[in-house]
Design a protein around this ligand. Structure first.
Ligand SMILES: [Zn+2]
Length: 156
C-alpha cells in the first residue's frame, strides 16, 4: 500500500507534541493554528497573524474552536504555515519537525505571538538555531538541514 499523504490533523499533533517535549515552559497565550499552505520554494515554513481569509474564518466557525479561542488570554490567532510539499510522506518526519520547531522558536521570541519580543530581527545572530540547540533540538535541526541540502532540489 502506498503511504498516505500527511494530514493537517497529523501536523497539529506534531506541533503539540514538539511544544510539550521541547517548549513546555513556553505559555501558549493565544490560539495557534498550524496548516499546510503555499510557500516560496526556499521557504519551508512561516508564522504570522491570522488574516480575515475565508478558510480560517470557516474553520473558526466550529463551536469547539470558538470556545478554545475565547478561552485564551489573547484572542488574536497565530498561524503557522508549513509548505504543502511536506504532505509527501517521502520527506522524513524530522524535516517537518525541525520546520515546526523553527516557527515555534519565532513564537517564543515574540514574533507573531503575544509574548514579549526578545530580538529586533527574527534570524540575525542565528537566534533560532541557538534556541533550538539550547532546547535539545540541535541534532534534529542539523539533520533536517543536511537532508534539505541534499534532497530538496528534486522537490522544489
Ligand atoms: Zn524563520
Amino acid at each position: 500500500m502506498e503511504p498516505k499523504n500527511r494530514t493537517e490533523a497529523w501536523l497539529a499533533d506534531r506541533m503539540y507534541e514538539i511544544w510539550e517535549n521541547y517548549f513546555a515552559d513556553v505559555p501558549r497565550k493565544n490560539f495557534v493554528l498550524i496548516k499546510f499552505g503555499r510557500s516560496a520554494s526556499r521557504q519551508l515554513g512561516s508564522i504570522g497573524w491570522a488574516r480575515k481569509n475565508s478558510r480560517i474564518k470557516a474553520f473558526l466557525k466550529k463551536d469547539s474552536i470558538k470556545k478554545t479561542v475565547r478561552s485564551q488570554d489573547d484572542s488574536r490567532i497565530t498561524v503557522i504555515t508549513i509548505t504543502r510539499k511536506f504532505k509527501d510522506p517521502s520527506i522524513p518526519d524530522y524535516v517537518v519537525d525541525a520546520t515546526i520547531a523553527h516557527e515555534i522558536a519565532h513564537y517564543v521570541h515574540g514574533f507573531s505571538s503575544p509574548l514579549k519580543r526578545q530580538y529586533h530581527h527574527p534570524h540575525k545572530g542565528g537566534v533560532v538555531r541557538k534556541e533550538l540547540t539550547r532546547r535539545g533540538l540541535g541534532d534534529t535541526e542539523k539533520a533536517a538541514r543536511g537532508w534539505i541540502r541534499q534532497n530538496w532540489r528534486s522537490y522544489a
